[in-house]
Write a protein that binds this ligand. Structure first.
Ligand code: GDP
Ligand code: PGA
Ligand code: MN
Ligand code: MN
Length: 603
């Protein structure tokens, strides 16, 4: 049999045999017109963004340098959890919270989908590294994709191209990540601005550390270094190797006494991570700097403390609600340009606009590419519309954000979006109780995933869609992580809720920059300086214990936001029991004990 000749296939900038043979195998299956190895250069960015402008995918912005507006297919706007699979060899390893299919069957199905799927398109090979390039053991991957939108997004979100490939040598391990939008072009067929396929699969093969994605061009489904690698596959690596891969922001908080604390916080998608990561404190003398807004990899250091690294290189933030009042640091970051905006509105003078930016202009082009004027029913921007921008140009990035050693974490926050029940902040009694808080975390669903929004569900550690194995084993891994360390070196665990509401549905707590008051209380607890009330659910401050100086919010609202209500909590218990029943026999005994103890305390 003679080898197929595809332009570019034989011009690989590497001698890594396993990589070369995989690239050839994929090219022969998917039949692209051409193979291009992404180098990550400015020239490549210019070439591909120009191609995307020609294709009608991108509109260059006049008001922001080197920035582009994109509108996706209206059916391809968010992660597709229903179409996300953990194809472990044994279904018990995927557990009750993941979709599972036999790996051989999934490969057979997807191989047929991939056959010829890149016809008429270019196949890009993107070597990338999650986390700093100078890590002792760099976390490498290669994404093969037929989407230019993915290549340019990966320029921002990862360290990629020539500088990443330099770390591959001839035989380094890497995660294989295959992506196709699933939209081959017949000769002469016109392309559409956002090609994708109605059939979608986002598949992880955890044992092989491999990802196959088909049919979607949207961020979390298509930028495979992010959720697929850094959470689903990495969580399996972390279980096997004794570390944690988590859906967490990382921030540095410096007190007026110039003491620095690093805090990691896990909130479900569209529940406030990016905003908290870049917060501008409203209390004098306190400073926040950011290290990451979505993912944290945490390993124990030689000193026995837990160190966190952000594997990403960019922010992929929810646009609506972002403005100079809520998140000035995000605004200043995107103002510098070099950014992509997907599914927001376009202004007539070539800028972006979205809900939450104040008064809308008289006319916009909506994310659906329709004329839009204020006062109508439709939103100008999709609720899950996103900006994609480099961390490097964020003014408040912490200087150590790229340190491969990571930063020592003093506190972990778990939080969700709950209109009732969950106080503004609760401190756990100890690590095990904190793990219980995380394991039973609940939140209202948001537009970040396809499906109904506003439905309360359990979202353990904000990882429900991202745990690459059995959730019960994941809880045990968290318990074991605590047992493997000195209790006094472990981060303190807190449970927060910025989203509690009054009877008229208003938020009881103003949130955003005012969340610095809550961070301050947490730090004072770490320092042993602040008081709290011991309640059946943990240590909760009274309004008097929070620094509320200058806060523009009614005292009753703050008290209500902080309130512990035994009746609401008694109503919560059956939901936690139902959740544990769903996880089944793998719920760690220690967490069952925590539940029993909580029930006793609630009476
Ligand atoms: P992420 O997806 O977890 O990173 O969440 P974001 O920080 O992007 O926020 C998601 C949505 O929640 C945005 O519309 C924000 O404006 C909103 N949000 C973030 N923080 C707060 C807060 O403290 N209070 C309120 N009420 N809304 C917030
Ligand atoms: P988010 O990231 O957590 O910032 O929403 C995207 C996602 O989780 O889908
Ligand atoms: Mn996320
Ligand atoms: Mn975010």
């Amino acid at each position: 049999m003679t080898a197929v000749t595809i332009p570019g296939l034989d011009h690989a900038p590497t001698t890594h045999a396993r990589l070369l043979s995989w690239v050839r195998e994929v090219a022969e299956l998917t039949c692209p017109d051409e193979v291009v190895w992404a180098d990550g250069s400015q020239d490549e960015w210019n070439r591909l963004t120009a191609k995307l402008v020609d294709a009608g995918t991108f509109v260059p912005l006049k008001k922001k340098p080197n920035s582009f507006w994109a509108a996706s297919d209206p059916t391809d706007v968010a992660r597709v959890e229903e179409r996300t699979f953990i194809c472990s060899v044994d279904p018990r390893d995927a557990g009750p919270t993941n979709n599972w299919m036999d790996p051989a069957e999934m490969k057979a199905t997807m191989t047929e989908l991939y056959r010829g799927c890149m016809r008429g398109r270019t196949m890009y090979v993107i070597p990338f590294c999650m986390g700093p390039l100078d890590a002792e053991k760099p976390m490498l991957g290669v994404e093969i994709t037929d989407s230019e939108y993915v290549v340019v997004s990966m320029h921002i979100m990862t360290r990629m191209g020539t500088k990443a490939l330099a770390r591959f040598g001839d035989d380094a391990d890497f995660v294989q990540a295959l992506h196709s939008i699933g939209a081959p072009l017949e000769p002469g067929q016109d392309d559409v601005p956002w090609p994708c396929n109605e059939t979608k699969y986002i598949t992880q093969f955890p044992e092989e550390r491999m990802i196959w994605s088909f049919g979607s061009g949207y961020g979390g489904n298509a930028l495979l270094g992010k959720k697929c690698y850094s959470l689903r596959i990495a969580s399996v690596m972390a279980r096997d190797e004794g570390w944690l891969a988590e859906h967490m922001l990382i921030l540095k908080l410096t007190s007026p006494e110039k003491k620095a604390y690093y805090i990691a916080a896990a909130f479900p998608s569209a529940c406030g991570k990016t905003n908290l990561a870049m917060l501008e404190p409203t209390i004098p003398g306190w400073k926040v700097e950011t290290l990451g807004d979505d993912i944290a990899w945490m390993r124990f250091g030689e000193d026995g403390r837990l160190y966190a690294v952000n594997p990403e290189n960019g922010f992929f933030g929810v646009a609506p609600g972002t403005d100079y009042h809520t998140n000035p640091n995000a605004m200043r970051t995107i103002e510098k340009g070099n950014s992509l905006f997907t599914n927001v509105a376009l202004t007539d003078d070539g800028d972006v606009w979205w809900e939450g930016m104040g008064e809308p202009p008289a006319h916009l082009t909506s994310w659906k590419k329709q004329d839009w004027t204020p006062g109508g029913e439709e939103l100008s921007s999709h609720p899950n519309s996103r900006y994609c921008t480099p961390i490097a140009q964020c003014d408040i990035k912490a200087p150590e954000w790229e340190d491969p050693k990571g930063v020592p974490i003093s506190a972990i926050f778990f939080g969700g979006r709950r209109a009732t029940t969950i106080p503004l902040i609760t401190e756990s009694r100890d690590w095990q109780h904190g793990v219980f808080m995380g394991a039973t975390l609940s939140s209202e669903t948001t537009a970040a995933a396809v499906g109904k929004t506003g439905v309360v569900r359990r979202d353990p550690m904000a990882m429900l869609p991202f745990i690459g194995y059995h959730a019960g084993d994941y809880f045990q891994h968290w318990i074991d992580t605590g047992k493997s360390a000195d209790a006094d070196k472990l981060p303190k665990i807190f449970y927060v809720n910025w989203f509690r509401r009054g009877e008229d549905k208003r938020f009881l707590w103003p949130g955003f920059g005012e969340n610095s008051r809550v961070l301050k209380w947490a730090v004072e607890r770490i320092e042993g300086k602040a008081a709290a009330v011991e309640t059946p659910i943990g240590h909760v401050p009274t309004a008097a214990e929070l620094d509320l100086e200058g806060l523009d919010a009614p005292r009753e609202d703050v008290e209500a936001a902080l309130g512990f209500d035994a009746d609401e909590w008694r109503a919560e218990i059956p939901m936690i029991e139902e959740w544990f029943a769903k996880i089944g026999e793998k719920v760690p005994t220690s967490l069952r004990d925590e539940l029993e103890a909580l029930k006793l305390r609630l009476g």
